[in-house]
Design a protein around this ligand. Sequence first.
Ligand code: FAD
Length: 521
Amino acid sequence: MSATATADRSQDTPRSQADHEVVIVGTGFSGLGAAIKLKEAGIEDFVLFDKADSVAGTWRENTYPGCACDVPSHMYSFSFEQNPNWSEMYAPQQEIRDYLERTTDKYGVRPHLRLGVKAVSATWDEAEGLWRCVGEGKDGRIETTARFVISGIGGLHVPAKPHLQGLEGFEGPVFHSAEWDHSVDLTGKKVAVIGTGASAIQFVPEIAGKVGQLDLYQRTAPWVLPKADRHISRAERRLYRRFPALQRAYRRGIYLFLELFVYRVITGRRLGKLFEKAGLKNLERGVKNPEKRRKLTPDYELGCKRILMSNIYYPALDRPSSDVVTDPIAEVGARSITTADGTTRDADVIIYGTGFNTQAMASSVEITGQDGRLLANHWHDTGIQAHRGTMISGFPNLFFLLGPNTGLGHNSVVFMVECQIRLVVQAITEARCREASVTPTRQAQDSYNSKMQADLGDAVWSRGCKSWYLDAQGRNITLWPRETFHFYESTRRIDPAEYEWATAEGAAPTADDHRELLEVA
Ligand SMILES: Cc1cc2nc3c(=O)[nH]c(=O)nc-3n(C[C@H](O)[C@H](O)[C@H](O)COP(=O)(O)OP(=O)(O)OC[C@H]3O[C@@H](n4cnc5c(N)ncnc54)[C@H](O)[C@@H]3O)c2cc1C
């Protein structure tokens, strides 16, 4: 983008009016949080598109038995909307969904919703300084324009399904944990569960007691630590309602515990070993069968993949009607699965617990930035990366919530989303003051990402084990590499010098402008 200095923005050629100031895609924690904070900043001209017919994202879609958060609910919620009524330390799916529905109403977001609309593409119109967005709804194609686009499409959203030879000939039901088919009665059935992701750890114990036979096809044995779960009594909930400061203090305690303690487990080797001992003790307690215990013993360093927590997963697999299969699947038959060692096991139902395609963010909406550059191609060349996990050089006025390297293995991502939203609202406010578009400079983005990859240095993910946190080149593109208060610091206050601010004439404000406009913002 060309930029020549000018101090007099009143001489700029006015750009044409967009239909909306902001389009938000997605209505999970990210989209709803962004909407609430835009309203708070006095920006009311925005719409939220979601391909589904209701809000809540992850917590609308995942309805499998036993679905719950795995970060304590008092932390896994908005800081500005704490809920004194969580019934469990780790709230079940429906409670989190209800919480997000209530929050939508309480903060007046509902009139802005455009549900049942899938965002298909967004193209930057350089001359007009706006995004041309295309969606598909029940009534056909929808076209709209917006000055700013905020993507809250979620990183764990598109189910990952392995390609299994012969699957098309399987005669029974097949579904993914995120698309649970509640019409299938599993009672007495022979059920093949494929994969041991975080969702499988939750639904396996729920179904193990009712199915006739459960075969768990496992590629990697996860680390499963004991879960400090508990019911939150009515009296305790009353206390939080009466004394909100108490709940805030409790939340802070959980945050610090997860942050300072568990994080060190991931980066430091000694504490990690202590936790590995706890995981092995959990396994010993839960599984008496020595052969199963052997198969369920992880063979990689704790923390390299997501650390899971459950007190009921191992006992569920120790049942005589449960088996753990570690030979790779060779072929699926009409009512069976054959593994590479030649063993064939009967199966009435196949359930995938194989997690999500975390790289779908790059391609699920076709995004075209400056000079007609497709984001998917751009990221193919540069690797998936963004400035402060949120903005991408060459893609003005576009913001990704839970973008590259903002995921966490140890604390609530809602914290990260809130940090990003703070940065996004500042960027939008300032760009509006300048009547300019905003994009990070290539230099700022490169230097941010080099530093981050250096910070990842010796952390457990970089010590040779394969996980969905890494791309094909072995770069961690998913996780924030340090304590989250560093991300808070990194996003707290926008530094205008890290961005290009381009007006209709392609003009960038001077240093004096920067100072003046920061004061306005
Ligand atoms: C089972 C499960 C449990 C989890 N537990 C935890 C936990 O305990 N702690 C934690 O920190 N994280 C957890 N996570 C991660 C979780 O995804 C995030 O915490 C959070 O819910 C992400 O919110 P989001 O709004 O960014 O994305 P989502 O909740 O995934 O919402 C994305 C929304 O975008 C919509 N969308 C996507 N593409 C389009 C499109 N093209 N057009 C229109 N709409 C679109 C979707 O329909 C969806 O509503 C869990 C994830 C899963 C799957």
